[in-house]
Structures are given as structure tokens and as C-alpha cells.
Design a protein around this ligand. Structure first.
Ligand SMILES: Nc1ncnc2c1ncn2[C@@H]1O[C@H](COP(=O)(O)OP(=O)(O)O)[C@@H](O)[C@H]1O
Ligand SMILES: [Mg+2]
Length: 303
């Protein structure tokens, strides 16, 4: 296993990645209305499951949370029981500058949790932008999301953005508007493939549009504790990302698959389940990383 990962890192310029990691973890700043994007260009690694359950768990701990669904598949939207047919304005309209962000926020029945929904039309954002003949299109729309978020960020303790499974315009927009990135990594073979590309994208955004972007943490997901492979992946990811890896590991659990089909986060669907406990632990870790190590000034910047 170790040999396998060494091989990948050699292939993808290990030195380069080490440099990127070092560069990304040195600064420590905490912000009120912290914007955290869940990013991994691989699909099916637990971005949406974590977006829903981290958001609701932060809400459980009295944090005011806004979850933004930035994936055209809109699984965060439906997973919180929101009927797509009833949505009048979504994140698409915000991205296209067609409405004010305030008009898209929906209060969920879950404690302290609001959501900005997505619809399938979000998939057209890239194409519609291509039709605008202006240089640096990517960053025009980036500023739109960022600008809109600035208006509301102080109303929340955390703003969580669930990104689509690619590093296209939507994801780069989220990164440009975010304070940090949470990277879910599935405890599977090949799980680290593509990580270098993700880190380079983060670095590019950091250099070009968002100099304070950081890595919030790396979350190991869907661990099947019965297999040796899963445990080996845990070991390898910890060796590579070191203290950036959350202590909490999300196990592979059927209840976490069932909950969204009932339109509920796991802490509502089965509050005593292992899945609920795992996501509550993750929320505690996120709060600890952000709030225990310093005080905030009136602008929200930690001293
Ligand atoms: N901890 C888990 N245990 C079992 N199944 C999971 C777990 N996390 C996610 N899943 C399932 O895996 C699939 C992909 O998860 P999802 O959160 O949608 O990933 P992504 O948003 O990265 O594509 C979904 O069917 C989801 O229900
Ligand atoms: Mg998803």
C-alpha cells in the first residue's frame, strides 16, 4: 500500500505537492461567518453527505449555519427535504446576478439551519458564461458570488458550500469566495488520485483571487473497519496530510444513505446512531479548530 501511494506521489511531483501543503497550512485566521467549501473533484466521496450532516450538527451546537448547494444534482437540497418544484429562485439566479442572495435563502425545520437550494439549471452556468464575450469570465462570476456572500456572512457562524464533482467554474467560484476547503477522502483504493490536481487548483485560486484560502481539514469517509485496506488508506492519508486530517473518521453506514431519502440529516433521522455521533464529533472538531485558539475582533479576524 505504501509503495502504491509513493508511486502516485512520485508520478505527481511529490516535492511540488509538499510545497503546496506547507504553503497552505502556515497561516491561522478565524473569521465570523466562516465560509467552508467541500471540495473533491471525485464524485461519491461524501461531499454532500458531509455538507448536510456537518451543517446540521453545527446547528445542533447553536451555530447559525447556511448551507449552499452548488451542485446541479441538488442532492443537498433534496436531502434536507426541500421540494424542488417549490423553489422559485436558487443559487443559479444568484450566480447569474438575477436576484439578491437574501431572496434565495430557505429556513429548514432543522435547528439553526438555512439553505440556498440548487436546481439542475445550475449546470448551464458554464455555457451561459461562455456566451459572454469578456476576458476572465471565470472571475467575473466569482466576484458575483463573493460579493453576494459578503452581504450575509455576518448573519451566520458558518457557511458551508457543497461543490460539484469537478474543478470547473462552480468549484473555482466557491474557492474564490471561501475562507477554507474541507476535503473529504473516501477510504478506498485510488482515493488519493487527483489530490495533487486539487491542491494545485487551490494554490492557483490562492495566488490569483483569494490569498487567504486555507485547508480546513481532510475528512476520511466511508471507512469499512472490517477491511485492512480501509485502515491502510487511513494510515497513508495521515502520513501525507498529517495534522490536517480530522481525528473523526466517518464510518460506512447504511443509515447515512437512508437519511436523505427521508429528507433529514442523520441527527434527526436517527440521533443515537453511529453516523449521528460521527458527524457531531466532526462538528466539535471544526468548532475547536476555529474557535478555541484565539479571540475575534469586531471584524471577525482572530488575533
Ligand atoms: N458514510 C457513509 N456510509 C455509507 N454510504 C455513504 C456514506 N457517505 C456517503 N454515502 C453514500 O455514498 C454516495 C455518495 O455520497 P455523496 O455524499 O453524495 O458524495 P459526493 O457528494 O462526494 O458525490 C451516496 O449514495 C451516499 O448516500
Ligand atoms: Mg454531491
Amino acid at each position: 500500500m505504501i509503495f502504491y501511494f509513493n508511486e502516485i506521489f512520485n508520478l505527481f511531483y511529490f516535492k511540488n505537492i509538499s510545497y503546496v501543503l506547507k504553503y497552505l497550512v502556515v497561516r491561522k485566521v478565524t473569521i465570523v461567518g466562516k465560509i467552508i467549501s467541500l471540495v473533491n473533484q471525485k464524485g461519491g466521496v461524501g461531499k454532500t453527505t458531509t455538507s448536510i450532516n456537518l451543517s446540521s450538527s453545527l446547528g445542533h451546537f447553536d451555530k447559525k449555519v447556511l448551507l449552499i448547494d452548488l451542485d446541479p444534482q441538488s442532492n443537498s437540497t433534496t436531502g434536507l427535504g426541500i421540494d424542488r418544484a417549490k423553489i422559485k429562485q436558487s443559487i443559479y439566479n444568484v450566480m447569474m446576478g438575477e436576484c439578491s442572495i437574501e431572496d434565495t435563502i430557505i429556513k429548514t425545520p432543522f435547528k439553526n439551519l438555512s439553505v440556498i437550494p440548487a436546481l439542475i439549471d445550475l449546470a448551464g452556468v458554464d455555457i451561459e458564461l461562455i456566451q459572454i464575450s469578456v476576458q476572465d469570465k471565470e472571475f467575473i462570476i466569482t466576484e458575483q458570488l463573493k460579493k453576494q456572500l459578503e452581504k450575509i456572512r455576518n448573519r451566520y457562524d458558518y457557511i458551508i458550500i457543497d461543490c460539484p464533482p469537478n474543478l470547473g467554474i462552480l468549484t473555482t467560484n466557491a474557492l474564490a469566495a471561501s475562507d477554507s476547503v474541507l476535503i473529504p477522502i473516501q477510504c478506498e483504493y485510488y482515493s488519493l488520485e487527483g489530490v495533487n490536481q486539487l491542491l494545485h487548483t487551490i494554490l492557483r485560486i490562492q495566488q490569483k483571487v483569494n490569498s487567504h484560502l486555507q485547508i480546513e481539514g481532510v475528512l476520511l469517509t466511508m471507512l469499512d473497519g472490517r477491511t485492512l485496506l480501509g485502515l491502510e488508506v487511513v494510515e497513508d492519508v495521515r502520513k501525507f496530510f498529517k495534522e490536517k486530517v480530522f481525528s473523526t473518521i466517518i464510518p460506512r453506514l447504511v443509515k447515512l444513505v437512508e437519511a436523505p431519502s427521508h429528507g433529514k440529516p442523520i441527527i434527526e433521522y436517527d440521533p443515537k446512531s453511529k453516523g449521528a455521533l460521527a458527524y457531531l464529533n466532526l462538528a466539535k472538531e471544526v468548532i475547536d479548530r476555529n474557535e478555541l485558539n484565539g479571540r475575534r475582533d469586531e471584524n471577525g479576524t482572530k488575533q
